[in-house]
Design a protein around this ligand. Structure first.
Ligand code: SF4
Length: 358
């Protein structure tokens, strides 16, 4: 799986202090291959979504798309403002298939763009488009873009504009999804809104686009959907715009590093800033490597400790100060009271800290 599309931009937004990850997204690296190029080792752990979760997601989506997207039509009926039986559907996943993902995405993009052009021209369009494909510019060069594939887009009858949609198989109880599940979904949808704005904006539809997306979640009863939920994602769209700018900036920086010799990104990792934090675990293929490089600093104790001690604080020196060593300069005199209260906040003794650092 390559670090591209909405997943890549969303990852950058979660850790904007990490230039390395932004560079990985700019170059759309294949994560296990990149890990091997950086470390010389094969990546052997399960990465990303667990297999059982992935299967559940695939089954849920297939249920919703079956029979001319019958269940999905039901779920989005209120947004489309059309009886599901009368809803026109285009399923681009059925229309365009093939073994070459880039070609398939490009052809689906052409069709999506044509549908949006029809909308702009007032010609008839489907109320529901399954697996549309958009492109999001990520730099000034025409080659700097990434494909973005919402699960669907539904035509809002009042706005006369499509709203991107995501299908997620995690279970919602009492209308509320787990915050940990929702965050990546909302970020992903934020990227989709930006991509829709980029494509539709170029066709004169800019004024009709809102910062909203639609989510279809699973009920606890089998793999059936709840009615679609529509959410305002202004904050996420703002964050994703910043992440896109970061990717563009890092691409330029990497180009500068290559000005004299064309060097693979894997050989430039030491030139790029990283910001190891708890959230890296399970989301970035280099988490173990960055953790290893952070040994001896407060980062490896977690985000709270990194906040109170300072992420790059030398834990060896922290231990000495806590053991009663006299401060050697004004900075250490300033930081000592904070260290003592931080230990109290974290409920850590000097021995606990020593064990964690070991
Ligand atoms: S693991 Fe390293 S490269 Fe990946 S996001 Fe964290 S700091 Fe950046």
């Amino acid at each position: 799986m390559s670090l591209s599309g909405a997943r890549g931009i969303a990852a950058v937004s979660r850790n904007p202090g990490c230039e390395l990850q932004a560079a990985m997204v700019a170059e759309q690296v294949i994560e296990p291959d990149f890990y091997r190029a950086v470390t010389g080792r094969v990546y052997e752990r399960e990465f990303g979504m667990r297999e059982s979760q992935r299967k559940r997601g695939v089954t849920f989506e297939a249920n919703l798309y079956a029979n001319e997207a019958g269940l999905l039509r039901q779920a989005v009926r209120d947004i489309a403002g059309v009886d599901p039986a009368d809803m026109r559907v285009r399923n681009l996943a059925d229309e365009v298939t093939g073994a070459r993902p880039f070609v398939v995405r490009s052809l689906r993009y052409k069709r999506t763009r044509r549908i949006l052009a029809d909308l702009a021209a007032g010609r008839p369009v489907p109320e529901l488009v399954v697996q549309p494909q958009l492109v999001l510019p990520t730099g000034d060069d025409l080659r700097d873009y990434t494909h973005i594939g919402p699960d669907f887009m539904v035509l809002d009858a009042l706005l006369a504009m499509y709203v991107p949609g995501e299908i997620k198989s995690f279970i919602v109880r009492g209308g509320v999804a787990d915050a940990g599940d929702l965050d990546p979904t909302r970020r992903q949808a934020g990227v989709e809104i930006l991509a829709l704005r980029a494509v539709a904006g170029s066709l004169g539809l800019e004024g009709r686009i809102t910062d909203e997306a639609v989510f279809v979640f699973a009920t606890p009863y089998g793999l059936r959907p709840y009615p679609a939920i529509r959410e305002d994602l202004k904050a996420e769209v703002y964050e994703m715009r910043k992440a896109v700018r970061l990717v563009a900036g890092v691409r330029e920086r990497v180009a500068g590093l290559r000005a004299t010799v064309e060097t693979p990104l894997a050989m430039l990792v030491d030139e790029l800033q990283t910001d190891y934090q708890e959230g890296c675990i399970g989301t970035c293929v280099l988490a173990d490597e960055c953790r290893r490089r952070s040994v001896g600093t407060a980062r490896i104790l977690g985000d709270v400790a990194a906040d109170v001690f300072g992420a790059d604080a030398d834990l060896g020196r922290v231990l000495e100060l806590l053991a009663g060593a006299p401060p050697e300069d004004q900075r250490e005199r300033d930081v000592l009271p904070s260290l003592l209260s931080a230990m109290a906040i974290l409920n850590l003794s000097a021995d606990d800290l020593r064990r964690l650092v070991a």
